[in-house]
Design a protein around this ligand. Structure first.
Ligand SMILES: [Ca+2]
Ligand SMILES: [Ca+2]
Ligand SMILES: [Ca+2]
Length: 282
């Protein structure tokens, strides 16, 4: 029996082609050297371990002491930091974070300000951790960008129970310069199954994954999603679409075919919503 030589295989590295400008998970010292915190009505943003999206700690916007988990009227407590985005002209830049709130609907809020302008706001009750996004692409190339998270209340009504706003896993990332051509790579695919999770939204509507097949092979890709509608495209080495799966809504997309040896791309395109997806290919 002849022994078949297998080609050299580049194992999948979970290559993060995004540049992380900063990450705050509240697991270390807070505010530390990078954040400036401004208290209000005797309460302030502080790291606390009664809620966490990951790890044990999150940021709480109306901290007084470890027995008081509520807020005062007329608050505007915030924390902020200034980053230099001068090196990233023309790039896609995204601020994402997780939040949890119990605030008076319509009158008290959690906001993100960028260089003094409100870029994101939520009010009311969000009992489960949710992901927030702000595109900072319009600040790409700007050497001084101040990002502020603010908890604010009006002059009456505080909800019962643990009240206020929590934040965790704040991340500022810059997409690769050519993110529309390659977002990440699955490397050379032989038998292993690759799974990649991500989020496409208005500020970053397309993720493209490159992969290479060393020989002709049956290929399947599946895209599962929540939060909105995204579609899945299989493209050849020139970017031309070979196959597509474009169901409406959050219905999963799938593509199955036989492909010749070569380089291909899988494209996840957002149609609407903020779409958390899981892409599996084998
Ligand atoms: Ca945390
Ligand atoms: Ca209020
Ligand atoms: Ca779809």
């Amino acid at each position: 029996m002849e022994t078949q030589m297998l080609p050299m295989v580049e194992m999948l590295e979970n290559r993060e082609l995004l540049t992380t400008v900063f990450f705050e998970g509240f697991e270390g010292a807070f505010p530390g050297a990078n954040w400036t915190v401004t208290a209000s009505q005797g309460r302030t943003w502080e790291d606390v371990n009664i809620r966490a999206h990951t790890g044990s700690w999150s940021g709480y916007g109306s901290y007084l002491n470890t027995t008081s988990w509520t807020y005062e009227n007329n608050m505007n407590s915030y924390f902020e930091r200034t980053v230099n985005l001068g090196a990233y002209a023309g790039r896609q830049i995204v601020l994402d974070f997780h939040f949890l709130t119990n605030m008076e609907e319509a009158f008290d809020d959690l906001q993100v300000f960028v260089n003094g302008s409100s870029r994101w706001a939520r009010t009311g009750v969000h009992k489960k951790w949710q992901k927030g996004f702000v595109s900072l692409s319009s600040y790409a190339g700007n050497a001084s960008v101040t990002i502020r998270f603010a908890f604010r209340s009006d002059d009456s009504v505080v909800p019962k129970g643990i009240a206020g706003a929590f934040l965790d896993d704040i991340r500022l990332t810059v997409a690769p310069a050519a993110y529309t051509s390659i977002y990440d790579s699955f490397g050379t695919m032989v038998k292993e199954k690759h799974t990649q999770t991500g989020t496409v939204f208005a500020g970053m509507p397309r993720h493209v994954y490159q992969f290479t097949l060393p020989y002709e092979k049956k290929f399947t890709a599946k895209l599962k999603m929540t939060g909105g509608d995204a579609d899945l495209y299989l493209c050849d080495s020139t970017g031309a679409v070979l196959l597509q799966s474009t169901w409406a809504g959050t219905k999963s997309e799938s593509i199955s075919t036989t492909l010749a040896a070569g380089t291909y791309y899988l494209r996840v395109d957002r149609l609407d919503g903020t779409v958390d997806y899981s892409l599996t290919a084998k």
